[in-house]
Write a protein that binds this ligand. Structure first.
Ligand code: SF4
Ligand code: ZN
Length: 739
């Protein structure tokens, strides 16, 4: 252990613990110790303190103990530069620092000093739970390998932009905080016109070092949500982060005592710290997987200029952390990577668009015989954007694929990827699918040389990269002439409706094999989705056909066939082989799993479900709250707090996560009476599914059932719910008792 780092970290920890104590005393004096404290939109209180100790900080009074504990961890500040053969005291200082920093941010929220406002820009502050979970899914499916927490400021604005772009193009989430002599990387990026926020994977926490604590709060909550840990198990949280969360801290510019102390805190999470200045290395491994602290002085990095040095710096960070990056380079004139998927092309910056209101654009992917497809051939029939005037134009995207393992069933699965593939290009936005496709190019990207033809380059490269196991050849033809597009569109519509008929004909009874999805086990080890034709995975992203295709593509992957076996219970949807599969694949945690029941051995729930349904005993029915509904619900909990209870691979009779389209399925909890049991549903679900739900009501012979289901606009408590149900004469009130 370097003497220098130990001394600085201990000194830094003393300073910040003292600051926290003083701020707490002052705030209690001003507001009283019963004042509520917490971060917005999270169900995890102050998450680092809660995660590591199990202590819930709800009021100022509750903050006293964590700070006393932090103080007790502090070793005396060494008079001489301390030599320690082990990291113990430095790590204790690190933990004390994290508690103090989180306390300070919590207090600042009460004092209206968070999130930070800077020259008219409002920093993000902590990440909310909804965002945390949605990134969790991307971490599960490998699109996002991890995160980089940058603290400080880069050598120049160009270097700052380059570092962030490099990290984004590797799919890494970028957290921004800190400053060097008052100048922050956040300033540098804003001055360079970079869009910061959730959508671009760049989260500006704040411009001081203390706000870096939000990165660890995020990591702690991810461990809970996806690892299924109980709070207070510091060791589990740390091990989870060390092995499952590919994160590192990157200190840009001079490192002071507080940064050392914070770095020591990051190391306790297993996150290595890389500095672009000369500081002592701490190379032996132990807490982190690889080196603890690595110094890579920026000007010493080989490279012909600063931009090349920035690229190398990011490359080294990735090697040190051992991040697995899947993204390959695509030959187009703009940047490409998952960080660009959330970008919006606004009107002011719009160059050309295809489809959307009054427009005509569609995409169709079809399999052909081997000799009908010429791999890599990309053709634009009609003018490209260099000759088309600005504005809306027709576009047909037709993709032909061939491969020995390709099957007709995979066509829609591959076609649905076009959305995600095209969106990865910087300045290009893709919405919808099939004949409701809507694509927008922004001016900057067209100025950089982006053309319609490049859509073909992207599709060819990505289909080959991601689906090389089934696709051998990919050819793309893009049409931009109105008459031709209209003619092809009519043919495409025939194909879409053939596919619809086929999918609708798929019932649970018509197949003898279901599929599993264990993608989420890297986060929730005892969770498994069993996916039948009439029920999607709870994240909504996988249906039976998708899983079947995915199994064919990758036979050792997360989607395995589950032959149903003998039926144990028709009504509850229980099969002996499904039970066996679940038992064998949940670390022998769950002995049974029914597919049609909420009350008896329901499916397990992980952090990415679209909806949660919960029993409301008073109403003899169930409520369904969607992820996008932030309001209170009649069960006394919000979606977020419910997730804290059921997520993580547990099986909880009376509570279950599910996909939103499951509600419209014939196999929607038939054991409990199906949609007739639903007494409350988030209004956004009602709106989004109106047409489908109406059809279900007709099918059930209760055409006005939908009006009898309450939502957050009429009831957020059981007391409000009951009179509503009684007035409407909701069927659940007279159905057989659920309990
Ligand atoms: Fe996770 Fe289930 Fe979705 Fe698979 S289907 S990604 S296991 S939620
Ligand atoms: Zn999940």
């Amino acid at each position: 252990m370097s003497k220098f780092i130990a001394t600085s970290a201990i000194r830094g920890a003393h300073g910040v613990v003292k600051d926290a104590e003083e701020l707490l005393a002052q705030t209690i004096a001003e507001k009283g110790e019963n004042t509520k404290i917490g971060f917005p939109n999270t169900a995890y209180w102050l998450p680092v303190i809660y995660g590591l100790t199990g202590h819930k900080v709800e009021t100022l009074k509750d903050l006293k103990w964590p700070l006393e504990y932090a103080r007790s961890l502090l070793p005396p500040v060494p008079k001489e530069k301390l030599w320690l053969p082990y990291l113990g005291e430095t790590l204790d200082s690190g933990t004390a620092t994290l508690f103090a920093e989180e306390a300070i941010e919590g207090l600042r929220f009460i004092r209206s000093e968070q999130p930070e406002k800077r020259n008219g820009f409002v920093c993000n502050g902590p990440i909310d739970d909804v965002q945390m979970r949605s990134w969790g899914i991307q971490m599960v499916d490998g699109r996002m390998p991890g995160f980089a927490a940058i603290v400080g400021a880069a050598k120049s604005n160009e270097v700052a932009v380059k570092i962030v772009r490099e990290l984004q193009s590797k799919g890494l989430l970028v957290f921004l905080s800190g400053n060097v002599k008052g100048r922050s990387i956040i300033d540098q990026l804003l001055e360079s016109g970079i869009e910061l926020g959730y959508a671009t994977f760049t989260v500006p926490f704040g411009t001081d070092t203390i706000s870096a604590i939000y990165a660890l709060g995020y990591a702690t909550r991810a461990a809970f949500s996806f690892g299924g840990f109980t709070p207070g198990n510091a060791r589990d949280v740390l091990l989870y982060n060390k092995f499952r969360c590919f994160a590192f801290a990157l200190a840009l510019g001079q490192v002071d005592d507080l940064k050392y102390a914070t770095a020591a805190g990051a190391i306790t999470y297993g996150f290595p710290v890389i500095a672009d200045t000369l500081i002592p290395n701490v190379l032996p491994v132990g807490i982190t997987r690889y080196e603890h602290v690595v110094s890579l002085p920026f000007d010493d990095i080989a490279g012909k200029d600063d931009l090349e040095r920035a690229e190398r710096l990011v490359q080294r960070c990735i090697e040190i952390r051992g991040v697995k990056v899947k993204v390959k380079k695509i030959n187009i004139p703009v940047a490409y990577g998952p960080a660009f998927e959330g970008e919006v092309v606004r009107k002011a910056n719009l160059s050309h668009e295809f489809g959307g209101k009054g427009g005509m654009c569609f995409e169709l992917l079809q399999m052909k015989d081997m000799d009908e497809v010429q791999d890599g051939k990309i053709e634009v029939v009609g003018p490209d954007v260099d000759t088309l005037p600005l504005g809306n134009h027709p576009l047909a995207i037709t993709v032909s694929v061939a491969g020995r393992k390709m099957q007709k069933d995979f066509e829609p699965v591959l076609e649905r990827q076009i959305h995600h593939f095209v969106n990865g290009a910087e300045g290009i936005q893709h919405m919808g699918q099939r004949d409701i496709t809507w694509i927008r190019f922004n001016k900057d990207s067209v100025a950089k040389g982006f053309r319609i033809k490049n859509l073909g380059d992207i599709l060819h490269a990505k289909l080959q990269d991601d689906f090389g196991a089934i696709v051998d050849k990919v050819q793309v033809t893009l049409y931009t002439e109105k008459g031709k597009v209209a003619e092809l569109l009519a043919k495409a519509r025939e194909i879409y409706s053939e596919r619809n008929v086929r999918a609708a004909g798929l019932t649970d009874e018509s197949v003898d094999t279901y599929y599993s999805c264990t993608l989420c086990q890297s986060f929730a080890p005892t969770h498994v989705c069993v996916i039948n034709p009439e029920r999607v995975g709870l994240c909504g992203a996988y249906n039976w056909l998708d899983c079947r295709a995915s199994f064919e593509i990758n036979p050792r992957g997360p989607n395995q066939p589950v032959p149903k076996g003998a039926q144990v219970d028709t009504n509850k949807g229980e099969w002996d082989n499904v039970n066996k599969f679940v038992f064998d694949n949940t670390q022998m945690t769950h002995k049974r799993m029914t597919l049609y029941s909420l009350m008896d051995a329901p499916m397990t729930t992980c952090g990415c479900c679209e909806c949660v349904m919960v029993l409301i005993p008073e109403a003899n029915g169930v409520m369904i709250v969607s992820r996008d509904d932030y309001s209170m619900t009649p069960c006394g909990m919000t979606f977020t707090s419910l997730m804290g209870m059921v997520g993580g691979g547990q099986q909880t009779p009376g509570m279950m996560g599910h996909g939103k389209y499951y509600i419209t399925s014939k196999k929607f909890i038939p054991a409990e009476g199906g949609l007739r049991r639903v007494v409350w549903m988030s209004s956004n679900l009602k709106e989004e599914l109106t047409e489908d739900l109406k059809a279900v009501c007709e099918r059930l012979g209760e055409p006005d059932l939908l009006d009898k289901i309450a939502d957050e606009k009429v009831a957020t408590t059981v007391e409000e719910l009951m009179p509503f149900l009684e007035t409407k004469g909701h069927p659940a009130l007279t159905m057989p008792p659920l309990l």
